[in-house]
Design a protein around this ligand. Sequence first.
Ligand code: G3P
Ligand code: CA
Length: 240
Amino acid sequence: MPFQSIAHRGASALAPENTLASFEKAIELGFDYIELDVRLSKDKQLVVIHDADVQRTTDGEGQIEYFTVKDLKKLDAGSWFSPAFAGEKIPLLNEVLTRYSGKIGIIIEMKSPENHPGMTEILADTLKWFKSSSQIKVQSFHVNELKKFHQLAPKIPAGLLLSKPLDLFHLASYRDFASFLSVHHLLLSKSFINQAELFGYEIYSWTISKQYQFADMQRLGVQGIISDDEKRLPDSIMYV
Ligand code: G3P
Ligand code: CA
């Protein structure tokens, strides 16, 4: 069965994660979706970055929440990966939506929304003009914030990230607000997928980087595979 290929933080094995360069690369490689992470800046704008601080992926130092967008934009988000990407900037979510919605699907992960009051509301407000057909989805590890997001923007599919097993009771009750589950690949089994599909969830698995893992995921029948580099997909699986 075909699955959606989802570029984890963009094509992050080939370009600096969560930058326009990694999203362009994902489009070039033919991914169906990009996955990206958002956090809230000091001036309450959604910025695309994974970590809570800028140290690992830029030439700066400090927590995102203490930077204004103007100051975040001064940072180099590409050189840490390779000099070829010097000068890449941390994108705003709005810039990504303007540039890519309609061209590639976008899965937005809210990072630590429970610690950043307003993040969920700002994201829901940003996305409320998009139709459910626009291939924009939102995911989070945080149940209550995801539930809130679904109430505020019910047309945008919401998905729960799972890094721990989920019992049947919660699997059933989370279906009220979540339409997909993004699951760490080691948690996946045929019985879990059968149960989840009975409730109507789509299942995406993360983060897959080895060919045997793609084969396992295809055998299990997941609907989406979150990967850093589609080049590692065997041709026979890539073009099902
Ligand atoms: O989509 C799954 C994955 O993005 C969750 O982990 O740390 O890469 O955001 P992380
Ligand atoms: Ca993520």
